[in-house]
Design a binder for this molecule. Structure first.
Ligand code: AHR
Length: 644
C-alpha cells in the first residue's frame, strides 16, 4: 500500500539532527516480546496442540471430553507418574452399541482442507490377546466426518501409536472423536493432535502463523513465561520451570490463574499443559534471534491475591527457589557434562542457549520484595557474575510502591528495573518525555509491560491506542542509553477465550489478526538503528508533543543511514523539515525506504474479517542537500530513512 501526499500547503516545522553527535548505542534487546499464557495464549494458542486435557489430569478428569459407552478413568500403574490418570475403553456389550471419547478442543479445533494432522496416543490392549482398533475422526459442527483413520493397538505394554490424518474440509469449530471398534478393551493416555505443519516443523511444535508473526517483529528480547502466572495464586501453583521440561507426557498439569482472575470472564477449563515449557521458550528465542529473558518466582505468591504474609516463603526458606534460579542458568548455559546442561542436551540441544538475563519476581512490592530479592542477587552474582538481573518496580508507573522500589533496586544493584504501565492514551501522549531526566547512574530500564488502554471503547486495539504508543516510544528511543528493553503486553488473545484486552495479536482456531499496535512495535523493531541521535526543535528542546508532533532519530551503522521517526497526532497534515547539521561538504544524501501507518478514524480497528484495515504502507519524502522534507499526514506515524 502507498499513501499519497496531500496537495494542501501546511505550516512547516523545523528540526535539526546533529550528525556530529553520535549518541549511545541502541541495545540489540531494545524492542522485544513479552509472552504469558493468558487469553489462551499458550494452550489453545501458540502451542499447536489441538486436544484439551490430553492426559485426563485436569482436576475434573474428563473436562473437555465427552464419553460414550464403557469408559473408565483409572490411575493404577500409570505410564506417566506425574500425570497419573488414563482411560480404559471397553466393549459396550452389544454389537449395536459404541464406546468412545470426543474432545472439544479449545473452543473447537481448527482444521484446514488438505492439511495433515498427526494424531498420537499412548495405548495398550487390556486383558486380551486379540488385536484392538480405534477409528479416529475429525467431526464438524453438523456431525459430519471430515477426516478419518484407523489405528491398530497390538501391544500389551504402553506404547506410543500415531497416524497422519488429512482434513477433507476446512472447519474452525471441529472436534476429535475416537471410536473403540474392537470387542476387548484398551487403555489410552496422552491423546494428542498437532498439525504436521508447525513452526519449524517440530512435532511438539508451535502454531505456524502465530510463531511467524512473532518472528516477523524481529524481536531483540523475549520475556517469558509471565506475568502473574510466574507468581501463582499460591506458591503451589506458581510457574515452576523444572516441571515444564523433559518428555511432554510427564509434565504435570498446572492450573492457570487466568481461569478465575476475573469472575466476569471466568474460564474454568483454563489449565497449563506445560507442553510449551522452558525448553520450547528457549528454542523459540533462538529461532527468532531474540535474547531469552526467563522470569522466576522470588518466593512471593501473587501479592494482589495474598495480603496474608503466610502465603509467601520466609526469606530463611528461600534456598530451593534460589537453587531453581541457579539450576536454570545451568540448564540454559551449562556444559553437557553438568547436571542441568545434560538435561538440555538430552532434550536435543547440546549447544548452550547463551542466557544473559534473568528476572526475579514479577509485579512485587513492599519491603518483602527487596528482602526476598537480595539473597537471589547475592548468590547469582557469586556464581554467574556476568548474568544481568532484572528486578521489579511493582505494578504501577508511579506512586508509593514505585517510589520505594526504585531506590531499593539501586541499592541491590540489579542491572535492569522492570516497569509496567497500562494507561489511557492521554498518559502515553503526556509521557513521551518520561525518561528524559531519569538518573543515568542507576540500573537500566526495562519497560516490561505496557499498553495504551482506551477505556472509552472497551480497551480496543484501536488506532488511537497504537498512535499514542508510537508517540510515547519516540521517548523510549531517545532515551535508549538507559531504556534497554521494552515489550508490549499482553501478546496474544483467542477471540473466544480472552481475559484481558487490549492484546497485540488476536486469533481464532484458523486465523490471526495483527493489530495496529503490532505494526507500531514492528516499525520500531525493524528500524531500531544502532545509535541514538539528537533531534531537536530550534529552541534545543526534544520533540515531545509540542504542536502534536513527537519525533526521534537513530543512526544505523550497518545500513549507513539515519532513521527519523515522526508521530503527527493532530488531524492536520504537517510539513516537517529535518536539517542534518555537521555534515561533510561533499556528502550526498538520498531518501531510503519510508513507511507510514495512519488512519483518519482514531477508533478504527483491525478484525479477523478485516485484518488489513490498518497496516503500514510506503510513503515518500524529499531530500534537498542536507534537508529532509517530510509531509506528515494527520494521525500518522512514519519512519523515514536518509541514506549516506
Ligand atoms: O499482562 C497481563 C498482566 O498484567 C500480567 O500478568 C501482570 O504482570 C500484569 O498485572
Amino acid at each position: 500500500m502507498t499513501f499519497g501526499q496531500s496537495a494542501v500547503a501546511q505550516q512547516t516545522y523545523e528540526f535539526t539532527l546533529d550528525t556530529k553527535k553520535m549518541g549511545a548505542p541502541v541495545q540489540s534487546t531494545m524492542y522485544g516480546l513479552f509472552f504469558e499464557d493468558i487469553n489462551f495464549g499458550a494452550d489453545g494458542g501458540l502451542y499447536a496442540e489441538l486436544v484439551k486435557n490430553r492426559s485426563f489430569d485436569f482436576p475434573q478428569e474428563l473436562m473437555g471430553w465427552y464419553t460414550f459407552g464403557k469408559v473408565e478413568v483409572r490411575k493404577d500403574n500409570p505410564p506417566f507418574d506425574k500425570n497419573p490418570n488414563y482411560l480404559v475403553l471397553s466393549n459396550p456389550g452389544h454389537a449395536h452399541k459404541h464406546t468412545g471419547i470426543e474432545n472439544e478442543g479449545f473452543r473447537g479445533m481448527g482444521f484446514k482442507k488438505d492439511a495433515t494432522y498427526r494424531f498420537s496416543v499412548w495405548a495398550k490392549k487390556v486383558n486380551t490377546t486379540e488385536e484392538q482398533k480405534i477409528r479416529v475422526e475429525f467431526i464438524n459442527p453438523k456431525d459430519e466426518i471430515i477426516g478419518s483413520q484407523e489405528l491398530v493397538i497390538n501391544s500389551s505394554d504402553w506404547q506410543k501409536h500415531q497416524v497422519i490424518i488429512t482434513a477433507k474440509a476446512t472447519e474452525e469449530k471441529g472436534r476429535l472423536r475416537i471410536f473403540f471398534t474392537s470387542k476387548g478393551a484398551i487403555a489410552v493416555d496422552h491423546v494428542s493432535l498437532f498439525p504436521t505443519d508447525t513452526y519449524k516443523g517440530r512435532e511438539n511444535g508451535l502454531r505456524k502463523d502465530l510463531a511467524q508473526a512473532l518472528t516477523d517483529i524481529t524481536p531483540g528480547i523475549f520475556r517469558f513465561p509471565g506475568g502473574c502466572i510466574v507468581e501463582g495464586t499460591d506458591l503451589d501453583t506458581r510457574y515452576d520451570w523444572k516441571k515444564t521440561i523433559g518428555p511432554v507426557e510427564n509434565r504435570p498439569v498446572n492450573e492457570n490463574r487466568w481461569h478465575y482472575t476475573f469472575p466476569h470472564r471466568f474460564f474454568p477449563d483454563y489449565y497449563q499443559s506445560y507442553g510449551l515449557g522452558f525448553y520450547e521458550y528457549f528454542l523459540l528465542s533462538e529461532d527468532m534471534g531474540a535474547e531469552p529473558l526467563p522470569v522466576l518466582s522470588c518466593g512471593l505468591a501473587c501479592q494482589f491475591q495474598n495480603e496474608d504474609q503466610h502465603a509467601h516463603v520466609p526469606v530463611s526458606d528461600l534456598a530451593p527457589y534460589i537453587q531453581d534460579a541457579l539450576d536454570l542458568i545451568e540448564f540454559a548455559n551449562g556444559p553437557v557434562t553438568s547436571t542441568w546442561g545434560k538435561v538440555r542436551a538430552d532434550m536435543g540441544h547440546p549447544e548452550p542457549f547463551n542466557l544473559k538475563f534473568i528476572g526475579i519476581g514479577n509485579e512485587q512490592w513492599g519491603e518483602e520484595y527487596p528482602e526476598h530479592l537480595a539473597p537471589f542477587v547475592k548468590e547469582i552474582r557469586a556464581k554467574y557474575p556476568d548474568m544481568k538481573i532484572v528486578g521489579s518496580s511493582g505494578p504501577s508507573a508511579d506512586g508509593k510502591q514505585f517510589d520505594y522500589l526504585w531506590p531499593e533496586m539501586k541499592r541491590l544493584k540489579v542491572d535492569l528495573v522492570d516497569e509496567h504501565y497500562y494507561k489511557e492514551p492521554d498518559w502515553f501522549f503526556k509521557n513521551a518525555a518520561r525518561y528524559d531526566n531519569y538518573d543515568r547512574k542507576g540500573p537500566a530500564v526495562f519497560a516490561g509491560e505496557y499498553a495504551s488502554h482506551d477505556h472509552s471503547t472497551g480497551k480496543q486495539n484501536n488506532f488511537l491506542s497504537a498512535l499514542s504508543e508510537a508517540a510515547f516510544m519516540t521517548g523510549l528511543e531517545r532515551n535508549a542509553d538507559i531504556v534497554h528493553m521494552c515489550t508490549y503486553a499482553p501478546l496474544f488473545a483467542h477471540v473466544d477465550a480472552w481475559q484481558w484486552c487490549p492484546d497485540m495479536i488476536w486469533f481464532d482456531n484458523l486465523r490471526m489478526m495483527k493489530t495496529p499496535n503490532y505494526y507500531v512495535q514492528q516499525l520500531y523493531a525493524q528500524n531500531k538503528g544502532t545509535n541514538t541521535m539528537t533531534l531537536l526543535w530550534p529552541d534545543k528542546k526534544a520533540v515531545t508533543g509540542q504542536d502534536n508532533l513527537y519525533a526521534s532519530a537513530v543512526y544505523d551503522k550497518d545500513q549507513n543511514c539515519y532513521i527519523v521517526k515522526v508521530a503527527n497526532t493532530s488531524t492536520e497534515a504537517k510539513n516537517v523539515k529535518v536539517t542534518l547539521t555537521g555534515t561533510k561538504k561533499n556528502a550526498v544524501f538520498t531518501v531510503g525506504d519510508c513507511i507510514v501507518i495512519k488512519n483518519n478514524n482514531l477508533k478504527a480497528i483491525n478484525t479477523l474479517d478485516s485484518p488489513t484495515n490498518i497496516i503500514p504502507g510506503k510513503t515518500t519524502a524529499e531530500i534537498d542537500g542536507n534537508i529532509l522534507n517530510i509531509q506528515t499526514q494527520g494521525q500518522s506515524f512514519g519512519v523515514y530513512k536518509i541514506k549516506l
